[in-house]
Design a protein around this ligand. Structure first.
Ligand code: AMP
Ligand code: ZN
Length: 714
């Protein structure tokens, strides 16, 4: 296009084109920041922006305060003007303890006179809080929190943040939104790297860098810092209203404001706690630092009922994640034998309170880690509970070491023998681990079965640790016999292990299981038999499982769930996987030489082949591959979840709902139990819903279900 020859050379044409470009640029900005679904490349975006800049330069009368060209930063300021917040920006009460979260809920329920309160749980973003004021859809003012009543006018700086819309499609006289400005993880690393090259002092953390940036008097400097923002609240509203926090978040997103990628509506505090833990586990999915979760009563009507104290609202609470530490005494180190025979050292601790729970065991990882940290039995150790749920020993208070404490030596500690079977142990030079060499080691067999039946493998319901132990070990049976000759007497029988490998599971009968049930004595015979029959049926049903479940369940070294799915999808049957040579295997995406080698090695073993032939004879399917589940988005809400459907859904038949869930990688199961992840409850849901509530399992109503289906694609 030859500039100057187009419609934009006439003033009216130029005005029209400028308006068009601004709308386009805002739209692409929104797609990029709020929806994470860009339609054009950065280059194309820059070209549009340049065209607008040139147009505005040629027609100064067209320049507008809300033009995206202003994002490059205006003139330096003398200082920041002080502005009063129409609605104060409050602080939040916070706690590290789940007990106090429950107390908060009790206070809220009491004040509202409700039995169950609906909450929203969202991340507590660790950025710099800002309040943005839109007047008739145009960004008019941006302010810092300051002392909560008054802050600084940082409009010129906030304008440079591309995630902040300069114009929104709302003609409300006033719409104030609040959130945090932040520097994303990658942006922060880049910024510091640049500063290092330039010989400038480094920022201690993203928060400091953000605060420092927003305090710059020269907006051009701010424009060069890749700040972003995320929003979670409103301030003054005029001509617009919301009823709930959830509605508000959705509406902000619709208007083009970035909102947290992870947030949930929850019924009751136990639901909140489950999500808070999920959020902590999934922290890595967020681009910003988070220092906890915020729980807020969902209904704004309830907010008004509850009110605020001088400092903080009564309807919200921050639950801070502690990377909390505690000190305690290491009483002993025990060794756990896993399914591959690896001996994992576990710390047995003097019980101690940590982040709201009592801890008496922690992981020590492996022998090398123990040596590196020089952890000795008798030491006072520091334990930490960070992101993961399992606490770990992180260091030793060396000044409190008792005399005579000896450095840890795993081989000596175990007396050279496997603690489970007494077999020899050997050091695996590659894995920094000691292993039990005995393939018949009962601890290994137990571990292999546990893995085989686990949720991400064959997913056979009803297998607890105790029943696995009972099936894989010997059972002492006391029976009353009366042969009429000598009268009644008690005889003791010893039953041999019922399963020695995973294929033996398929030969189990309800009777064989019943005889070995750990709770047999306590339960009535009929009940005991019923449970054994149920377990047997679950085993039987697993024969029809998809191939990836079987592949994962076999426990091939280096083949996790994801890789098992890939192998199943690419090769289509267990026989094809067994027949594939290393070259064929290594051609599959994500299967490197090492993995290909360990797959081949696994199938070379006569023992493994024998188990597989037993599985085949038992009628386990080797070739079921469902394309849909394989292509489901693993980040979707339903992926990998066990979902129970109950009640009547208005817009779906039961089958249709099941199909939608399956397509998103969920597993639809019939009964609510401890392992259920989610219950979708339609109209007139009954006992399953009650059970879910009792167990604290998250429940979705139909509206939420539909929203989540939409959000997680198909
Ligand atoms: P504090 O400064 O520890 O009293 O925590 C209160 C501050 O947390 C608020 O003023 C907000 O700036 C910030 N915050 C971060 N994320 C959220 C959120 N999701 N909801 C409310 N406040 C949040
Ligand atoms: Zn052993």
């Amino acid at each position: 296009m030859i500039r100057g020859m187009t419609a934009s050379s006439s003033p009216a044409g130029a005005r029209e084109r400028a308006a068009q470009l601004r709308a386009e640029l805002e739209r692409h900005n929104r797609l990029y920041y709020a929806e994470a679904a860009p339609e054009i490349s950065d280059r194309e975006f820059d070209a549009l922006l340049r065209e607008l800049q040139e147009l505005e330069a040629a027609h100064p009368e067209l320049a507008a305060a809300d033009s995206p060209t202003r994002r490059v930063g205006g003139e330096p300021l003398e200082g920041f003007r002080t502005v009063k917040h129409a609605v104060p920006m409050l602080s939040l009460d916070n706690t590290y303890s789940l007990e106090e979260m429950r107390e908060f809920d009790a206070r809220v329920r009491k004040a509202l006179g409700e039995e169950t309160v609906e909450y929203v749980l969202e991340p507590k973003v660790d950025g710099v809080s800002v309040s943005l004021r839109y007047e008739r859809g145009v960004l008019a003012l941006a302010a810092t929190r300051g002392n909560g009543k008054e802050g600084d006018d940082i409009t010129a700086n906030v304008r440079t943040i591309r995630a902040v819309p300069l114009r929104i499609s709302s003609d409300a006289p006033v719409l104030e939104v609040r959130g945090e400005a932040y520097l994303g993880r990658a942006a922060f690393a880049r910024l510091n790297a640049e500063r290092e090259r330039a010989g400038e002092p480094l920022f201690a953390n993203p928060r400091n860098a953000t605060a420092g940036s927003l305090k710059q008097l020269d907006p051009k400097v701010v424009a060069a810092r890749p700040l972003s923002a995320v929003f979670y609240a409103t301030g003054e509203l005029n001509g617009v209203a919301f009823e709930t926090q959830a509605e508000m978040l959705r509406e902000l997103a619709r208007l083009g404001f970035p909102v947290a990628k992870l947030w949930w509506t929850c019924r009751g505090i136990e639901d909140v706690i489950v999500r808070a833990e999920e959020l902590q586990r999934r922290e890595g999915e967020l681009d910003y630092e988070m220092d906890g979760a915020v729980v807020k009563v969902n209904s704004f009507r309830r907010w008004r009922q509850l009110g605020t104290t001088a400092k903080a609202p009564r309807y919200a609470m921050a639950y801070k994640y502690s990377h909390e530490q505690a000190q305690t005494v290491l009483k002993a180190i025990t060794l756990q034998v896993g399914r591959t025979g690896v001996l994992t050292p576990v710390a047995e601790l003097e019980p101690v309170e940590l982040a709201g729970s009592t801890i008496s065991r922690a992981t020590l990882h492996n022998e090398d880690e123990i040596r590196r940290k020089d952890i000795r039995v008798g030491d006072t150790v520091v334990i930490e509970k960070a992101g993961e749920v399992i606490p770990a020993v992180v260091s030793v208070a060396a000044d409190r070491r008792p005399p005579g404490a000896k450095p840890f030596d795993l081989h000596a500690h175990a007396g050279g023998k496997c603690p489970a079977c007494g077999g020899d142990i050997s050091r695996d030079p590659e894995a920094a681990a000691w292993r039990c060499e005995n393939l018949d080691c009962p601890a290994q067999i137990r571990g292999r079965i546990e893995h085989f039946v686990s949720r991400k493998a064959m997913d056979i319901e009803g297998f607890g640790e105790a029943i696995i132990e009972a099936l894989a070990g010997e059972t002492r049976l006391r029976e009353t016999v009366d042969d009429g000759l000598f009268g009644a007497r008690t005889e003791e029988k010893i039953l041999p292990p019922a399963v020695r490998d995973v294929a033996d599971l398929y030969a189990l009968t309800p009777e064989a299981i019943e005889l070995r049930r750990p709770n047999r004595a306590a339960d009535a015979k009929k009940q005991s038999m019923k449970l054994a029959t149920k377990l047997c049926a679950a085993i039987e049903a697993s024969k029809g499982n998809e191939l990836w479940r079987l592949l994962h369940g076999l426990g091939i070294p280096n083949v996790g769930e994801g890789l098992a799915r890939k192998l199943a999808g690419e090769l289509g049957s267990l026989d094809a996987v067994m027949a594939a040579d290393e070259e064929t295997l290594a051609r599959i995406p994500d299967v490197g030489g090492i993995v290909a080698g360990s797959i081949r090695e696994f199938f070379r073993h006569g023992r493994n082949r024998a188990v597989i032939e037993k599985l085949r004879r038992a009628g386990v399917r080797f070739d079921r591959v469902e394309r849909a589940a394989e292509t489901a988005n693993p980040d979707g809400v339903f992926f990998g979840k066990r979902v129970v459907l109950t009640g009547t859904l208005a817009a779906f038949t039961r089958e249709a709902a099941q199909e939608e869930l399956r397509r998103r990688g969920a597993r639809v199961v019939g009964t609510v139990g401890k392992t259920t992840d989610l219950v979708v409850a339609g109209e007139a849901a009954g006992s399953k819903l009650e059970k879910a509530r009792a167990l604290g399992i998250p429940v979705m109503d139909e509206a939420e279900f539909r929203r989540n289906l939409d959000e997680s694609g198909s």
